[in-house]
Design a protein around this ligand. Structure first.
Ligand code: ZN
Length: 238
């Protein structure tokens, strides 16, 4: 059964209430959740689910692409029963780093495209660092140093993000709204649009900061060559 994705509506909310739809060993499905699953190139949230009788640590969160059911893998089976009301809380330090790193990925992808004609081909945001793959024939580090420097300038501009829903047909008319062809947005009526005014606009279900200034200092960690025209950038934020 499809889980209502509360994290789409407020990246800053940390606690929620829900009803257990079903449990299977240490796997728990709720009717709604704030836990962001491993999807869209962004890692999952961790935290806790509890009712009056049991408190379980959430170790991993996944989403079924077809059914849109989100499952929480908890630290031990038992104690939580279908039909029970529970309280959930996400680990904020981890989530906030995902938000800062993921918003940085938007900046860098937009800058790489605009200034270096490099298209993003994939990526993954984890709490400690993020990696991004680009189609780029050049092999020198300078391109990425320049992109990170430009992204840091964007942070200093303190740009406020806009996040809103648009009718799917209208949204798909916007040039470049889908950056990764293999990540076409789900078949839903309204698409969630994430806009960094003056920089980037795309259909996106991930968690973001409200203002680029929250990102802090972006640092380039390393560059890897992945074949003739594939470059992988690793970066973090402090
Ligand atoms: Zn995003």
């Amino acid at each position: 059964m499809e889980t209502k994705q509360l994290y789409l509506y407020d990246s800053y909310r940390r606690e929620f209430e829900a009803k257990i739809e079903q449990t299977n060993g240490n796997v728990v499905a709720l009717d709604q959740t704030l836990f962001h699953p491993l999807t869209g190139g962004v890692s999952f949230d961790t935290g806790f689910i509890e009712d009056d009788g049991a408190k379980r640590a959430v170790l991993r969160v996944e989403i079924n692409r077809e059914t849109k059911e989100i499952t929480h893998i908890v630290d031990a089976p038992g104690g939580l029963r279908a039909g029970d009301k529970v309280r959930g809380s996400i680990t904020w330090d981890r989530r906030y780093r995902l938000m800062r790193l993921h918003t940085t990925a938007h900046l860098i992808a937009a800058i790489m495209y605009r200034f270096h004609d490099a298209r993003i081909t994939g990526g993954q945001v984890d709490p400690d660092q993020a990696k991004m793959d680009f189609n780029l024939p050049r092999t020198d580090r300078e391109v990425f140093e320049d992109a990170v420097a430009k992204a840091n300038l964007e942070v200093q501009k303190k740009t406020k993000l806009k996040i809103y829903f648009l009718n799917r047909d209208e949204a798909l008319k916007i040039p470049g709204v889908v950056k990764l062809a293999e990540r076409m947005p789900p078949d839903v009526k309204d698409l969630r649009i994430v806009e960094i005014p003056g920089i980037d606009l795309q259909a996106d279900g991930g968690p973001h900061v409200n203002n680029t200034e929250e990102i802090g200092l972006i640092s380039l960690l390393k560059i890897e060559n992945k074949g003739k025209t594939q470059r992988r950038l690793y970066f973090t934020v402090n």
